[in-house]
Design a protein around this ligand. Sequence first.
Ligand SMILES: [Ca+2]
Ligand SMILES: [Ca+2]
Ligand SMILES: [Ca+2]
Length: 253
Amino acid sequence: MFRLKLGADMILVLLGLILITGVSQAQLVLDFEDGNLDAWEVIDDVDLGDAGPSTWEIRNSQLGLDGKALYQGSNIWGDATDSCLMGTFIIYKGEQFTDFVIDVDVVANDNDGMGLVWAYSDTSQHYRAIMINDGWPDVPVDGVKGPCMKISKRISNSNPWYELLGAMDRTYVPYQEGQKLHWTLEVTGGSFTFTREDGLSISAEDHSYDTGYVGIQLYAQQAEFDNFTILDTYPVDPAGKLASMWGRVKVAR
Ligand SMILES: [Ca+2]
Ligand SMILES: [Ca+2]
Ligand SMILES: [Ca+2]
């Protein structure tokens, strides 16, 4: 008959295991210091209006970030009718994520569209949070004209491209151009919260897409990015992991 006697030391070990498995989270910091963009894929959107292709590169920061930074210097923008803030993506292909927190340093060299994308499968399937200080698009297909910040779901590679999930326009505060900015995006179980360094924040919820790649989207914007940090917060079978670790502890005794 199996008998388990829980001594105080065993209880401490078990509590320690629960703590370790419960909070064990992998963090990835992409600081671009190795000059290597092999893990990233550049995708310029379809039917673009003007000024492509994109020119993503790693350069020594010229805008006050740390050492080397990711930079996009073209003014690539727009679908043919310029209706929904499209341009270019750079997607980190090293790993896919479900629940996570992204932190990134940003400096904008223009007043146009920039933001993050996630649950990215391809140009027709992902989410984005994007902001713009300028007054575009002139005739927005989703009804929200800049200056604004919004969260959208990409649903097609033709009109209407994106479905609006959340928007801020009258209360939007323009970001500072030429200054070091910081963004945080938290994604948990289909809830999204994008927060800027000045506290301006937008949230939305959707459950169409879950796992996918993460990256950056620009519309007519030149900007540097650095310290692109991804904290994976998705619990990978914590019960199974705990059971197997507990089994090893018992065997060891
Ligand atoms: Ca750097
Ligand atoms: Ca502009
Ligand atoms: Ca521009």
